[in-house]
Structures are given as structure tokens and as C-alpha cells.
Design a protein around this ligand. Structure first.
Ligand SMILES: [Zn+2]
Length: 340
């Protein structure tokens, strides 16, 4: 019986160290000290012993029982302390920790980025910005720009009429007339803004788009000044390696007029899908300001001469960023805009 008692004692102390939580400890206690526990069984079997033996064994067994009870309660305290420590660790709050939830960063629209690049290139050449209204008099939008009421070139633009005399401007050029009337030449202006045309929205058309226009007026302005300025401007916006070429064209407010092409920014001029195999991309219209426009704005074309150029900011943005559908720039889908 002593051997059995010792066995129970050692077994219990060993299992005690393995008990990881309150529940396991409780189960262990019951299996040893409970009503039908191992130790209780032994104490119960003591009745068969002789009187002297019984007293002696009883004393030993009670010592063991006391030892085990103490060991169990000590273990219980340790487990409780460990649990509390664990909970404290979990609940701990580090007030110096940086915030983990990052808010998505806003970015500039590709068109805004492109506009700023173009504007900065021109401002670097001594241009200043000039602004005008989007709802404009027919007078400034057409008549002053050498497009009188019966001029066939008015058919080139499908215009939103607000009233007989008022339109949504079809280009930024009415600001040219406003500037020529208001400012004292010489000056150089960059004129950005939204313009409107009656157009179904598709891959390359939109009823509203962003245009940008440059106007330079001085004495003895020549086509060489125009070409030099546009060359410098194209290099600043698209890179030094990009070439330009001028093709004769027609605009009512310039004479002579030209379309400007740049060597394809996608293929470098070898020919690709974007440039339709030609190696060139049409980028803007330009020309020497028609003397009639200067006259209409009260300036003497024998004293003053000017040149102007205009381009679509969305088109330039598409070429810079390889955007295939212009329309995407007006839909303001955050998934699209987040890429720039
Ligand atoms: Zn190409």
C-alpha cells in the first residue's frame, strides 16, 4: 500500500506540471482527491489494516494528501497569474504605435498633371496664364476671330447655343479676342479651359474637353518664332528626342495655318498601332494670327503680328500615359485614376 501511495503521489506531481489550465487542473484534482479518486480509494481500503498499521499508514496518507492539496492550489495560483499576464498582454495599448489603417492617398488627375506640365513649360518661356468665361458671346467665340455670321467655317464646329447671342465656347480662342482687347501688347499668354461641342461621347470624342491655347503678340513675329516656340515646348513636354513636323492646314483665325505632328511617342517613329503605322502623331494646330482678328480687336496689323497654337489637353495626356480611350479621363473612376 505504501508503494501504491508513493506511485499516486509521484504520478500526481508529474501530471500537475503538465496541467496547462484551470480545467485540466480541476480534472486532475478530482481524479486523485475526489470522492472516487485514487487517493480516496486507498484511504477507504485502510479499514482492512491492523489497528497500529492503520494509524501509521493513515498519518502518512494524510501527509501525502495535504502535500498534494497544497501542490494543486499552488499550481492553480500560478496558472491564474499566467492567464492574467496573457490577458494584459492582449489588452495592452501602445499609444506610441503609428496608425495602421492607411487612408487611400488622393492624386492629381492625369489631365491636371498634363496641363501643369504644359503650362510650366510655357511659363518657363515667359508666358502668363489668362482665363475667360465658359459661357461666351457669339461675338468673341466667332465674329472677332474672323468667323462672321455667314462664314462657312462655322459649320466646322457644332455649337451649343444658350441663346442667339450666347454659346458654350467651342474653343479657348475667344480668350484671344478678350486678351487682345484688354491687354497692352507685347505679351505671351497660355489659355487653358473647358470647351464644348455637340458630340456623342465615344472613344475619341466627348461633348466637353480641355483645350489649351498659346498666344504671342509682338512686333515682327514670324513663322520662325512660331516653329522655334513649338519645338521648345514639345521637347519640354515629350522629351528632347521627339521630332516635330509642320503640315499646311486651314483655320479661319490664322494665316498661314499648320498642323503640328510629333514623332510617335510609343514607337519612336518606326510605326505602330497608335500612330497607325505612320510614325507621326497629330498634336496641335497653329498659325500666324489672321490680320483681320487683330483688326477686329482694335490693333494695327502693320504694327503688330501674332501667332497662336492650340491643343487638346486630354489628347496629350492620352499620348503621355498610353490611355487608349479618351472617355476614361472624364468618367472619374477611382480605379482608373489611381494608376497615375
Ligand atoms: Zn507609333
Amino acid at each position: 500500500m505504501y508503494d501504491k501511495l508513493n506511485e499516486i503521489r509521484e504520478e500526481t506531481l508529474r501530471r500537475l506540471n503538465e496541467a496547462g489550465d484551470e480545467k485540466e487542473l480541476e480534472a486532475l484534482g478530482v481524479s486523485v482527491l475526489g470522492r472516487s479518486g485514487a487517493l480516496t480509494e486507498i484511504l477507504r481500503g485502510m479499514g482492512k489494516l491492523e489497528k497500529d498499521e492503520r494509524a501509521k499508514f493513515g498519518q502518512t496518507a494524510n501527509l501525502v494528501k495535504k502535500e498534494l492539496e497544497d501542490a494543486i492550489s499552488l499550481r492553480r495560483e500560478k496558472i491564474a497569474a499566467a492567464m492574467q499576464e496573457k490577458r494584459f498582454a492582449l489588452e495592452a495599448l501602445d499609444v506610441t504605435e503609428p496608425g495602421v489603417r492607411k487612408r487611400p492617398m488622393g492624386r492629381l488627375h492625369p489631365m491636371t498633371q498634363t496641363y501643369r506640365t504644359i503650362r510650366d513649360a510655357l511659363v518657363g518661356m515667359g508666358f502668363t496664364t489668362f482665363d475667360g468665361p465658359e459661357v461666351e458671346y457669339d461675338e468673341y467665340n466667332f465674329t472677332k476671330l474672323n468667323l462672321p455670321k455667314d462664314h462657312p467655317a462655322r459649320d466646322m464646329q457644332d455649337t451649343f447655343y444658350v441663346s442667339e447671342r450666347v454659346v458654350l465656347r467651342t474653343h479657348t480662342s475667344p480668350c484671344e479676342a478678350r486678351a487682345l482687347l484688354a491687354l497692352e501688347p507685347p505679351f505671351r499668354l497660355v489659355i487653358p479651359g473647358r470647351v464644348f461641342r455637340v458630340d456623342e461621347a465615344d472613344a475619341s470624342h466627348s461633348p466637353v474637353f480641355m483645350q489649351m491655347e498659346g498666344l504671342v503678340i509682338d512686333r515682327n513675329i514670324s513663322l520662325a518664332d512660331l516653329k522655334g516656340t513649338i519645338d521648345a515646348f514639345v521637347h519640354a513636354v515629350f522629351g528632347e528626342e521627339v521630332k516635330t513636323r509642320f503640315r499646311p492646314s486651314y483655320f479661319p483665325f490664322t494665316e498661314p495655318s499648320a498642323e503640328v505632328d510629333i514623332s510617335c511617342t510609343m514607337c519612336g517613329g518606326c510605326g505602330c498601332r497608335v500612330c497607325k503605322g505612320t510614325g507621326w502623331l497629330e498634336i496641335m494646330g497653329c498659325g500666324i494670327t489672321n490680320p483681320h482678328e487683330l483688326e477686329n480687336c482694335g490693333l494695327d496689323p502693320r504694327e503688330w503680328s501674332a501667332f497662336a497654337f492650340g491643343l487638346g489637353v486630354d489628347r496629350v495626356a492620352s499620348l503621355r500615359y498610353g490611355i487608349t480611350h479618351n472617355r476614361l479621363q472624364y468618367e472619374n473612376d477611382a480605379r482608373f485614376l489611381g494608376q497615375f
